[in-house]
Each structure stands twice: as structure tokens, then as C-alpha cells.
Ligand binder design. Structure first.
Ligand code: F6R
Length: 609
């Protein structure tokens, strides 16, 4: 989704803006632009396509001098990617420039009003309507004009605004789209997320919905929508700058795959004290756990897939009816939720619009809400009753890997703690599960050390036009994730099916040489999934089986290729089975020459519904 960065201070703004935009590239975009104030005038440079086009156009910023500016990467929603439609947009007088993330839902109505007042438009965007509306209200006080304009705007937005009449201030305002203010040594910043400014500072403040910030080179003031001054706390971000850089890996995705042992270890260790899982700083107190009658787990994409793992685990180990629901569907299904329902929302970014809307819906229906989130201070983290952070650090590749693994780790902690509180797991099994959980990072290392085998398998199958994934129970949940990973970065058509469901329709798509990846790590269901393997083998499919070491011989007897993961407790197989599927997807995409970290049409943070 769109990215915003802004700077006001003593340094040249353009190189700082271009650097910030480069850091925001991972969010997904199709054009980029900057506006910088110099000598009484706003200078704008925009380019369609990759950021390097903008860097070339501006000679890496050298051609656009000035110490206050705003920059933007645009992910088209209203109008094609073009220079006219890309941001920043100028008001008719050329005195006000804006960048925007989000959607102005009532822009047609505002546009008609402005047309009738004699305003004209150069682009098809909702954003140009917003900057013209600010100009309409502008009577010499920029803050007031912005405030009046956002009062009329419906939808979601994060705006950054500068004006040639006010070269000493940068205005930031948000509703439902993320925006931070950051405090640097040579000046101050605004940004969609911390990665854009991490090189300069770790001191940030998060704007809340309705907040307006007036950012000057030596200070920041916050106002509410009535322009009453308010305070926003500073937070210190302890993410490592190196974590947000590639460090010699060919892609962020590969680097992040390799970080999984560390992030799983960190996430688990944060909640294990003296040999016990400790979630006492969340809403999951023993008293509350005993009141839960139903659990809904909500997320999108891979986060939803963690929810599917959670459904299987929580029902088995806690006997509490649990559903995994797609956030985009949740609000429109008249959900059955009450004050005995625990709603767990999962989101790496903490900003996904559908997940956030579902969280609000669940709260309005009386549920207690627990968020599993990676980005500290994100909207979902703030709005949920309670948060468990995944300690994955910044995830830059669009396709999630390490955040997904950290979310799985949290799911194990919740399941085991809840099961223990409810007296449904024996002390011996509790100790066994916990000890094995702590061995998972080392076992992930073992899987990673076999990456050449996956590289070889990818070289055998990267030309397939269609790849299927099958599994049962937890292996089905992992198949969903393996299939998504493959299709999003390699663009190969792929579907994931519960093994037993294949014969009810999808098997008609299996042709000689079609690759079927059979995830077969659930020991109790091994024979069942092997029956499904035989069904596709009878149609001459090629089968790659992912299974535990102990099942190697049985799997080799009936499949074409076997990749084994270390043996582990039945609850924890998802963490190990996911790794070869991530690496397989990665190498297939590499062999096909795809843009792995920034796949086409995808955005890292999906902040529109
Ligand atoms: C897939 C992927 C997406 C996200 C989904 C939710 O690799 O990254 O499917 O999982 O867009 O995003 P978050 O977790 O930020 O809510």
C-alpha cells in the first residue's frame, strides 16, 4: 500500500525522502514522487514505475533542493499509475502539496462541490480532491484549513501536507491509516512506518485516529480534531537497523526465512519463565480462561492460516469450540459473539483494514479481544483489549515468513497455557510440550541446513503450470500456507486442499506430471493422506511428500520425492513443515526470475478494505 515520508530540518530533504521511500518500497507501489519547498516555491518530481526512475529524474535528490519535503510511493486505487495520478498533488494555486495513504470515500461529492466553486483537477485521484478542499478552506492558517478539510472527508487517510506559505511546518493527520512522527537530531519526520526513518532515529510517537501533528524542525505539537493541544507519548523502537537491511542475502525473503530460529526463540522466551508459560500480562488470567465458551480467530492471508492451525490446536487441547474466520468475511456474517467469546486477531502489520474492522465489530458485540501483532504501537495493538507481540522484528519481504512462524509460536503458548489452566493436559505432557517447544528453533536450523535439497526440487518443478498442496488437519493448515507462498511469489497457479476433499471435484485437474505436494506430518493421519497420494499417483501426478524423519521409508515407497523434517511433538509440526514450503516457493520463484521481495499487485500492509 502507499507509503509516506516527510522531513523538516537542517539537512537537504530530497535524499532523506528518497531513502525513506526506498525503505517503504516493500509495501508495494507503482509510482513515486516528492515535493520539496525552496525559495518560496514547492518543487515536485514524480515518476511511474520503480523508485530508481525518480532517483534518476532528480539525480538522487540533488536537483530538488530544500530542507522541508514530503514523499510518497503510490499503490493505485483511483486511476491508473501515471505521473498525473501519482503523489504529491498540488492545490490549484500550487501553494499546498499533499501525500495520502487511504481512500477518500466521498471524493465524488466533494469534487462536484469544488467544481461548482470553480476548482479544476489534473488527476483522477481522490487525493487531489483533498488538497483542493484544504485550499478551499485556507485563509492563511494551514492547520485550520487541514482540520476543516478532514472534518468533511469520509474514509481512511494519513495525510502529509506542506505549504509554500508555511515553510516552517509540516502537517500530519490520520484516520485509520498508519502514520508516525519521528524525532531526529537534525530535524523531525513523518512516515507510514518506522522502517523509513530507522536510520536516523528510534524515537517516535504514533498518531491516533483524528490526531493532527504540526511538525517543525525543533519540535512537534499534537492536536485533536477540535484543535485542542494534546500530548502523545514518545516510544523508543529497539528494532535493529541491520534487521531492516539485507545483509548479503539475495532477498529479504531469504534473510527472513533464515531469521526464523531467532524470532521463534525470542517470541517463546518472552513468555516462558521458570519452566512455565507466563501470559499473566495478557487478559488470559486463569479466572478469565475458565469463562471462555467460544473462540474466534480472525486474520487475513497467512495470519488467517495461523488461525486455522489455532482452530485445530485449541479444539483438541482445550475442547473450546473454536473457529478461524477471514477478517474480510467476519463483519458481514452476523457473527455469533458475546461476552464469553474470546476473539484472537492476528496481524503482522497491525494495520490491516479488514482485521481492524473485524476487531472493532467483535468489541462492539461484547467479546474480549486479544491481538497477536508484530508492530509495536500499531492500530490493532492499541485497540485490542490485550496484546501478545511476536518478536519478529521488521519484516520487509511482502510474503510473510518469520512473522508467520512467530505467530505459530504464540499459538502454541496460548494453547498449552489454556489447556493447562483448564486441567486438560497432564503435568508430564505439559513439560514435554514445553521442552519440545524450546527445541523448535534448533530443529528449524536443521531444516534450513537442507536448503540445497529444496533448491534441487525447485529446479525440477519450477516450470509446472499448476501445483497442488494436500494435507489433513494441521497439515491442511500448512498446505494452505505453502500454496499461498508459492502462488504469491512465483505466480504459479496453486490450490490447497484437505486430502479427503480432493476427490470431490478438484482431482479432475490432476494430469500426468502435475505436482502434488503432500504434507504428511500428522502421524495419526499418515495412512489417510497416503491414500490420497495414491489417488493422484493413479492419475500419474508427481508427488513431493513433506513428512517427519520417522516416516521417511513409508513415504518414499509411494511418492516421487520426500523431504523430511525432524521428529517433533504432534502439536508443533507446523513450525517445521512450513520451512521447506517457504524455501521451495522461494527457489521456484528464483528459477522463474520473479521479483521475490515485491511480487506484482501485492502490498505488504493492506490498509484499505
Ligand atoms: C502472505 C501475506 C499476507 C498477509 C496478510 C495479512 O505472505 O503476507 O497474506 O499475511 O495480508 O497481513 P497482516 O498480518 O499484516 O495483517
Amino acid at each position: 500500500m502507499c507509503g509516506i515520508v516527510g522531513y523538516i530540518g537542517r539537512e537537504e530533504a530530497a535524499p532523506i525522502l528518497l531513502y525513506g521511500l526506498e525503505r517503504l518500497e516493500y509495501r508495494g507501489y507503482d509510482s513515486a514522487g516528492i515535493a520539496v519547498y525552496d525559495k518560496g516555491k514547492l518543487n515536485v518530481a514524480k515518476a511511474v514505475g520503480k523508485l530508481k526512475n525518480l532517483c534518476e529524474l532528480t539525480d538522487n535528490g540533488a536537483k530538488v533542493s530544500g530542507c522541508i519535503g514530503i514523499g510518497h510511493t503510490r499503490w493505485a486505487t483511483h486511476g491508473q499509475p501515471s505521473t498525473d495520478n501519482s503523489h504529491p498533488h498540488l492545490s490549484g494555486s500550487g501553494k499546498i502539496a499533499i501525500v495520502h495513504n487511504g481512500i477518500v470515500e466521498n471524493y465524488m461529492k466533494i469534487r462536484e462541490m469544488l467544481l461548482s466553486e470553480g476548482f479544476t483537477f489534473k488527476s483522477e485521484t481522490d487525493t487531489e480532491v483533498a488538497v483542493q478542499l484544504i485550499e478551499y478552506y485556507y485563509k492563511g492558517n494551514l492547520l485550520e484549513a487541514v482540520s476543516k478539510a478532514v472534518d468533511k472527508i469520509e474514509g481512511s487517510y494519513a495525510f502529509g501536507v506542506i505549504s509554500s506559505d508555511h515553510p516552517d511546518e509540516l502537517i500530519a493527520v490520520r484516520k485509520e491509516s498508519p502514520l508516525i512522527v519521528a524525532y531526529g537530531e537534525t530535524g523531525n519526520f513523518i512516515a507510514s512506518d518506522i522502517t523509513a526513518v530507522l536510520k536516523y532515529t528510534r524515537n517516535v510517537a504514533y498518531l491516533e485516529d483524528g490526531d493532527i501533528a504540526v511538525v517543525k524542525k525543533d519540535g512537534v505539537k499534537f492536536y485533536n480534531s477540535y484543535l485542542k493541544e494534546i500530548q502523545r507519548e514518545k516510544a523508543y523502537i529497539d528494532w535493529d537497523v541491520e534487521d531492516a537491511q539485507r545483509e548479503g542475502y539475495q532477498h529479504f525473503m531469504l534473510k527472513e526465512i533464515y531469521e526464523q530460529p531467532k524470532v521463534v526463540k525470542n517470541t517463546l522466551s518472552a513468555h516462558i519463565k521458570d519452566g512455565r508459560i507466563d501470559l499473566s500480562d495478557t487478559l488470559l488470567t486463569p479466572e478469565y480462561c475458565r469463562e471462555i465458551k467460544r473462540i474466534s480467530i480472525i486474520g487475513c492471508g497467512s495470519a488467517y492460516h495461523v488461525g486455522v492451525v489455532g482452530k485445530y490446536l485449541l479444539e483438541k487441547y482445550t475442547r473450546i469450540p473454536t473457529e478461524a474466520v477471514l477478517a474480510s468475511e467476519f463483519r458481514y456474517t452476523d457473527p455469533i459473539i458475546d461476552n464469553h467469546t474470546l476473539v484472537i486477531v492476528i496481524s503482522q502489520s497491525g494495520e490491516t483494514a479488514d482485521t481492524r474492522a473485524a476487531l472493532r465489530e467483535a468489541k462492539s458485540l461484547g467479546a474480549r479481544t486479544l491481538a497477536i501483532v508484530n508492530v509495536v504501537g500499531s492500530s490493532i495493538a492499541k485497540e485490542a483489549d490485550s496484546v501478545i507481540y511476536t518478536l519478529a522484528g521488521p519484516e520487509i519481504a511482502v510474503a510473510t515468513t518469520k512473522a508467520y512462524s512467530a505467530q505459530l509460536a504464540v499459538m502454541y503458548l496460548i494453547t498449552t497455557a489454556l489447556s493447562s489452566t483448564l486441567g486438560l493436559i497432564s503435568a508430564a505432557e505439559y513439560d514435554e510440550v514445553l521442552a519440545e517447544m524450546l527445541r523448535i528453533p534448533g530443529k528449524i536450523e536443521t531444516v534450513l541446513s537442507d536448503r540445497e535439497q529444496l533448491q534441487h526440487l525447485a529446479s525440477m518443478y519450477f516450470n509446472n503450470s499448476s501445483i497442488f498442496f494436500i494435507g489433513r488437519n494441521l497439515d491442511y493448515a500448512i498446505s494452505l500456507e505453502g500454496s499461498l507462498k508459492l502462488k504469491e511469489i512465483s505466480y504459479i497457479h496453486s490450490e490447497a486442499y484437505a486430502g479427503g476433499e480432493l476427490k470431490h471435484g478438484t482431482i479432475s485437474l490432476i494430469e500426468p506430471e502435475t505436482l502434488v505436494v503432500a504434507v504428511a506430518t500428522c502421524e495419526k493421519l499418515f495412512d489417510k493422506i497416503i491414500s490420497n497420494v495414491k489417488e493422484v499417483k493413479a492419475r500419474e501426478a508427481n508427488v513431493l511428500c513433506i513428512t517427519q524423519n520417522k516416516s521417511f521409508n513409508a513415504a518414499s515407497a509411494v511418492t516421487d520425492n520426500v523431504f523430511t523434517i525432524p521428529n517433533t511433538h504432534e502439536m508443533l509440526t507446523p513450525s517445521l513443515a512450513a520451512i521447506p514450503l517457504q524455501l521451495f516457493a522461494y527457489y521456484v520463484a528464483l528459477d522463474r526470475g520473479c521479483d521475490i521481495d515485491k511480487p506484482r499487485n501485492l502490498a505488504k500492509s493492506v490498509t484499505v478494505e
